[in-house]
Design a protein around this ligand. Structure first.
Ligand code: MF3
Ligand code: CO
Length: 250
């Protein structure tokens, strides 16, 4: 069942999303060669708490940290560690916060120092794919119109979308119905309605779409070790016009 939120509930998700966006802004400003992902995790946790939120990921299914930090061929759910970031790495920064029981969830991918144009393009196309999906997140469309728009943009550039992880409904739970795949034929699935809140999150690989999970039980990596990028926004479907983005515009 897809839970439609009241305006009051949406405001709480928006407050959680605002905290996510503020933390991402801080992380994007702070990330640089020589830092560890554990340092980024500490910044994230402090930022969420300072802004009056609760870290959403820490303790979720025993996930140990407040940040998911996924470097290079890591797709999602990279666990912060003493690994030192190098010039030329890319890093996905996925942050979740809870305000009065409601979740916000968002991710960005950024370059650490300088990266070649080809890698900048992977990041740009993934961000664009998210926005292509958001353009379709309007009343009357079906859910897979979002999925199809994302897949089409990604494949046009010769990349592949990850299939083993998907976006999701969000609200009182981090993961609610419906699942939001980043691939699929248009015109399928539920019709989008005002007050639905969704986390839309394309994960895009430079090579093949296959992923596997490392021994730590969390970190997803590309099977072919090609680079991967990830962007995510929590949004709400509006009665008229484009969705409201609840996780800012980093
Ligand atoms: N944005 C991710 C998701 O929606 C983050 C989950 S990390 C977890 O699945 F640790 F909380 F699982
Ligand atoms: Co998510």
């Amino acid at each position: 069942m897809i839970i439609i939120k009241t305006p009051e509930e949406i405001e709480l998700i928006a407050r959680a999303g605002e905290i996510v966006a503020q933390c991402q802004k801080l992380l994007v400003d702070e990330v640089k060669p020589g830092m560890t992902t554990l340092e980024l995790d500490k910044l994230t946790e402090q930022c969420i708490l300072d802004l009056g939120g609760v870290p959403a990921f820490k303790g979720y299914r025993n996930y140990p940290n407040s940040l998911c930090a996924s470097i290079n061929e890591e797709v999602v759910h990279g666990i912060p560690s003493k690994r030192v970031l190098k010039d030329g790495d890319i890093i996905g920064l996925d942050v979740g916060a809870i305000v009065e029981g409601f979740y916000g969830d968002g991710a960005v991918t950024v370059a650490v120092g300088e990266v070649p144009t080809s890698i900048q393009t992977l990041i740009r196309v993934t961000r664009e794919a998210l926005h292509k999906g958001l353009e379709q997140a309007v009343v009357g469309n079906r859910l897979s119109d979002v999925s199809f728009a994302i897949q089409t943009h990604v494949e046009k550039h010769g990349y592949s979308v990850v299939r083993d992880f998907v976006g999701h409904g969000i609200g009182r739970q981090l993961h609610e119905e419906p699942q939001v795949p980043n691939y699929g034929r248009p015109g399928q699935g539920p019709r989008l309605k005002s007050g639905m809140t969704l986390a839309i999150e394309p994960m895009v690989n430079m090579g093949g779409s296959g992923v596997k999970i490392l021994q730590d039980g969390w970190t997803a990596v590309t099977c072919d070790r090609s680079l991967s990028a990830h962007f995510e926004h929590t949004i709400t479907i509006e009665a008229n016009g484009p969705p409201r983005i609840l996780t800012g515009c980093v």
